[in-house]
Design a protein around this ligand. Structure first.
Ligand code: ADP
Length: 244
């Protein structure tokens, strides 16, 4: 089946900004079905790793997703390889409806010829994404009126219709209510069964409830890796968190 080879394999990733080493020889392997969280103190290099994967930071080493080496590829090529990301602030079109937002995202991942095809009704992939992210009932509302959590889910839905098979999510539960956090955790678990998901997150309570595995970064390096319980018991992690 088509998702079989979807694993992310990062080797010796380095990102240097004006002589400052932000990411310093990171190795990271994330397989499909592994809901992986990246944690670490501010400035540890988490966002820069995501930027490097998506072509937004100058990097060396290798970033393999499936059969494609992403490093040095232009953004559109990285999207076409099945990589999608969200940012801390949801970037949806407020004046357009939920459905229209999803439709545009679906178009972005399509070949021009397919886009020319006249469509009747809601495309099946859009219908499925609405269902998955739980926005079917609000599909005709302008995105601008959605609750904060719903906007984040819409953004995740947009990645699903783009057919992203590697989802990189930057602090998806920031600013969410407790109920929205729980919804989001379950949503990520569902998506993680089918796709490769990497989440940058600070919230330890959220991690304890939902993370399958955790990579702890510190000063641009991998400090520890394992289950939440394993990394929490790691003396190096305790030291970094107590010391900061
Ligand atoms: P985290 O996401 O773990 O908080 P970041 O990846 O945002 O950390 O940042 C890692 C380090 O790299 C920080 O010291 C940050 O100041 C630096 N950094 C990030 N982006 C840039 C940039 N574009 N230019 C210079 N330094 C940067």
């Amino acid at each position: 089946e088509r998702f079989r080879h979807d694993y992310l394999e990062i080797r010796d990733l380095r990102v240097v900004f004006d002589g400052f080493v932000a990411v310093d020889g990171v190795d990271l392997t994330v397989t499909r079905g592994d809901l992986r969280f990246l944690i670490g103190p501010n400035g540890a290099g988490k966002t820069t790793i995501v930027d490097a994967i998506t072509g937004l930071a100058p990097a060396t080493g290798s970033v393999q997703f499936g059969r494609v080496d992403l490093l040095g590829k232009p953004s559109h090529r990285i999207v076409r390889a099945g990589v999608g990301r969200t940012f801390q602030t949801a970037s949806v079109f407020d004046e357009l409806t939920v459905l229209q937002n999803l439709d545009i995202a679906a178009g972005a991942g399509r070949q021009p010829l397919t886009m020319l095809r006249r469509r009747r009704g809601i495309p099946p992939e859009v219908e499925a994404a609405l269902e998955t992210v739980g926005l079917t009932k609000v599909r005709d509302l302008p995105a601008g009126v959605l609750a904060h959590g719903q906007k984040q889910w819409l953004e995740i839905g947009m990645l699903l219709v783009q057919d992203a098979r590697l989802l990189l999510l930057d602090e998806p539960v920031a600013g969410m209510s407790q109920a929205e956090r729980e919804e989001t955790g379950l949503l990520l678990q569902r998506i993680g069964e089918q796709r490769t998901v990497v989440v940058v997150e600070h919230d330890m309570e959220f991690l304890r409830a939902f993370a399958a595995s955790v990579t702890v970064l510190h000063q641009g390096k991998v400090l520890s890796e394992g289950t939440v319980a394993q990394v929490q018991a790691d003396p190096r992690v305790v030291e970094v968190y107590l010391g900061s």
